[in-house]
Ligand binder design. Sequence first.
Ligand code: SAH
Ligand code: SF4
Length: 432
Amino acid sequence: MIYIQSLTKSELADLLLPLSRVKGRDLDEEEFAKKAKKQAAYRAQQIFHWVYQRFVTDFEQMSDLSKDLRAWLVLNVEVYRLTERVSNQALDGTHKFLWTLHDQKTIESVIIPAALQEKGGKDAIARLSGQDLAPIETDEEEELMQAGVRFSGAKTEEKVDSAKWKRLTACISSQVGCAMACKFCLTGIQGIDRSLETHEIVTQVLELRRRSPITNIVFMGMGEPLKNLPNVAKACQIMLDQDGMSFSKRKITISTSGLVPQIEELGRLVDVSLAISLNATTDEQRSEIMPVNRKWNIEMLLNACRNYPLGPHRRITFEYVMLKGFNDSMEDAARLVKLTRGIPSKINLIPFNEHSGADYKRPTDERVKEFQSYLTERKITATVRISRGRDISAACGQLRSIFGTARGTEKHKDWKELPVIQPGHVSSGQGA
Ligand code: SAH
Ligand code: SF4
């Protein structure tokens, strides 16, 4: 059985080619082959519409396909589904999902809402969060980055209706766990189990889209996407397909800890946005928290960024997790300015989301603001992303760890902080 979500549209057309029924006795061999190819491509397009735009999983319901083709598809192809194990919605609208794969392993995806549709959206967000936010910029891409603004102190019981949001970002996983062992990251502490197959990556977005009209995708869930580059690149190709999910290249962002050769390869394989988890400003500091830096240091990483084929008006995002007393000094800010100079980029400051797997602390809000101001005063675009959905443990790797599915990991001590789980709680029918 082949999963439909593991195939690009042209691979599906190739698979359907032997089934083409071309009429016309007078056709020569070349014309016959050309017509058969065209027919297979058309069928693939129709199937893509059914699966990715109408969310149909039963081939028998694909009414514009021939009876024979439907019967063949039923026997040979399957629409992959993820089983929703847990779904939790935070007070700020962040919605987290824990999925069970067919081999019983679990992965996480999160829907992060941003920028309210209605006028005065900023006020509404601030009201929900009970805190002031970094200024919302009008630039489309800046708004995407706002998708991570943290609402740690939600003061109201009000739930956020996803229909109100202008942007719904799907944060998806590329691996079960992660091998990169970043010291501050719960997924990294859990270690790697396996990489995800293409269909498992694509299906996360498909399942989320069944529930909400997702507008953006970020590979910032579990795993290092560039350690699984062939499957991630193919998944992106499927998500970009105009007959499928039809995301634009600006709306898909791959975030990496800095695998230099794969950054170069990514640039050759697929045109999407790139985010780099820089997280430190000296090699000594970065190697301490991110072992990948011992192989590919900051200079090598930034050179790869300089050579990355960025389209016009596009920028690389540098993510910078702020760890109190470790990388949050004004000297760090000054080095950050120097390091990123000349690279079309923006900086996304992420105050550390504390968890029981690491001793690091989050800097004070004042320090974060000071750090941000230092950058913005030097004409650097710097947004603050404060991790969201804290009341549902929405940070990378947290939900999975709580449910005790990580290799050899005991149940997370935050277990009791979880609210009552409401499986199937999300409303359907809002899908694109
Ligand atoms: N492996 C990829 C993508 C997943 S991690 C990468 O490292 O880029 C996505 C982002 O979450 C990274 O920028 C990482 O630095 C950040 N992150 C991980 N754990 C975090 C934590 N506890 N608090 C804040 N940010 C964290
Ligand atoms: Fe892996 Fe990214 Fe976590 Fe590092 S920060 S361990 S690369 S998921």
